[in-house]
Design a protein around this ligand. Structure first.
Ligand SMILES: [Zn+2]
Length: 186
């Protein structure tokens, strides 16, 4: 017995470049969760299956395998992060590195002649099956991004944080106060 996913893949391969309908797919798969299987074939195996979200000439319920799918193992689990998703991650994270707290455009702590640039990093690495979705992405500076693979960092403890603030210069403490006021809007 072949799996629903195998049946769907075979059907798509027989119809490369042709529009197929959800009725056909549902019948081929003969499982209620056929749409989920199709999403997995797209997201986990990288098959270029388009819907009306990707191609406005398609109607809702129509699917199109646009070209030959990647060979098993060739696909790296995730498509490039779109500009929109990138912007969403940065916005949610307040343009701040989620590991060290450096803000975009501030002077780099290691090399003050450079400014902090933020990258989008995966929380669960792609090599471990982590997906490029909002909940698995975070803003990271270049330094942290390089060392972040597989690391899930705990937020600093209150005692540690207070200690760092106490030993910093009055000028930096005032800057921090300004920053907190701006952040919390009071
Ligand atoms: Zn950082």
């Amino acid at each position: 017995m072949s799996s629903a996913k195998d049946r769907l893949k075979k059907f798509f391969l027989e119809h490369i470049g042709e529009v197929v309908t959800k009725e056909q797919l549902s019948e081929v798969a003969s499982v209620t969760e056929w749409a989920r299987r199709v999403r997995e074939i797209r997201s986990e195996e990288g098959w270029p299956i388009y819907t009306h979200h990707d191609d406005s000439s398609l109607r809702p319920g129509e699917y199109l395998l646009v070209s030959e799918p990647p060979k098993p193992g060739e696909y790296k689990f995730s498509r490039p992060i779109s500009a929109a998703l990138r912007a969403q991650v940065l916005e949610r994270d307040g343009y701040i590195c989620q590991m060290c707290g450096a803000g975009a455009g501030e002077a780099d702590a290691v090399d003050p002649t450079r400014t902090v640039r933020l990258h989008i990093g995966h929380i669960v690495d792609r090599s471990h099956g982590g997906q490029s979705i909002l909940s698995n992405l975070r803003a990271l500076c270049s330094t942290c991004n390089q060392g972040a693979k597989d690391l899930v960092q705990e937020p600093p403890s209150w005692t540690w944080l207070l200690g760092r603030v106490r030993v910093s210069s009055v000028e930096d403490q005032r800057k921090l106060l300004e920053w907190l006021r701006r952040k919390f809007g009071d």
